[in-house]
Design a binder for this molecule. Sequence first.
Ligand code: GAL
Length: 453
Amino acid sequence: MTDFPVLPADFTYGVATAAYQVEGAVDEGGRGRSIWDTFCAEPGRIRNGDTAAVACDHYHRHAEDVGLMAQLGVDVYRFSVAWPRIQPDGSGPANAEGLDFYDRLVDELLAAGITPAATLYHWDLPQALQDAGGWLSRDTSHRLAEYADLVARRLGDRVGLWMPLNEPVVVTMFGHALGTHAPGLALGFDALPVVHHLLLGHGLAVEALRGAGVDRIGIASNHQPAWAASADPADRDAADLLGTLTNWLFADPVLRGAYPEGFADAMPGPVAEDLAVISAPLDWYGVNYYQPVLVGAPGRGGAGSPALEGAVAAGLPFEPMQIPDVPTTDFGWAIVPDGLREMLVALRDRYGDALPPLYVTESGCSFHDVVGADGRVADQARIDYHDAHLRAVADAIAAGVDVRGYFAWSLLDNFEWAEGYAERFGLVHVDYDTLARTPKESFHWFRRLLAAR
Ligand code: GAL
């Protein structure tokens, strides 16, 4: 008898994906070009020169994928809408074929008893908006709201949870400060205006969604405890700065209506007025959690952590380091389930009553799984990962934090951004030659956990 983690009876379980990582069909359905298409076409940007032109072909195989989720017995599917399918050039009227695709997907989910949860911006900005300045331009915030309105008017009657943004910190840090993600800008601290425009876009999109009669609006924000490498004040300062940039620079404006000390002056526009828009109350708040980060002052010489590689080279005053003595995934990410409990408790302690109910909108791990001769994908390490992280959520709940759900990243192995297809996060294995889906042992474990409720 397996002994499953014990969560409240009404706890919500989901799986998550993002449009660019699974859909493929980049030239179909009237879709416009996104910054990730451009980035993938630049030599040296993506491991092995991979592109997302086909990815998991979810655009054509969505019915099969919904079938897998029905078999899994999951409550929620968190997917993202591809902005360039809805507005090929990033503004103006909706492309009907784009809306029709998500309309069908939503109906299939509902027919399977699965609640659709829609992310509006999971990093695939229409290239035309990038050409006009992208997230360095205030206009992009308004474009996000216009796009949100188009989607909400079509899907608002059926989508259960809404997220205007996924991980604005990653968009800023990797896309604009370090340049390892699209649009590939390595601006260091000159990327700070991107923070404000993303947050303003979030606030304006929330307004647009409410205007279209939609509720249950949140955000999916990446969070990670930032631990100092030593008690040395230089290491502590470095960890505080990275912790602020990762955890509070985005959450404070949304949940408190203020930037952390020292940041407001770096932001463009009428910041005080904008903060009133940015901090409009949310119905829930989503935490994407993968690993804590150990931080030293630059030059500390620790073996660099794969996350945030290149921070020092880009002139950022902190050095992410490998956490000693913890297991890692095949991606080299530290496996520290208690870091999730620590983060959930830290959010509650910082924001108190201003913190809406939490969802873990992503958590997961990459292992380089293979389909065995017996047709099985033996991924006990992923079972252990999700088991331990669900127990960490249970611990946070026992400590009084209101956590309502946990969404595994990801349903499918998929296009892992700059890592291409080298990393596999799925509960379902994807063979990229045949596009065959094979549920892994972790899928079957999840299915049993859900059935045992
Ligand atoms: C998150 C992101 C996902 C997925 C995951 C694993 O940062 O939202 O798109 O790639 O990480 O790296």
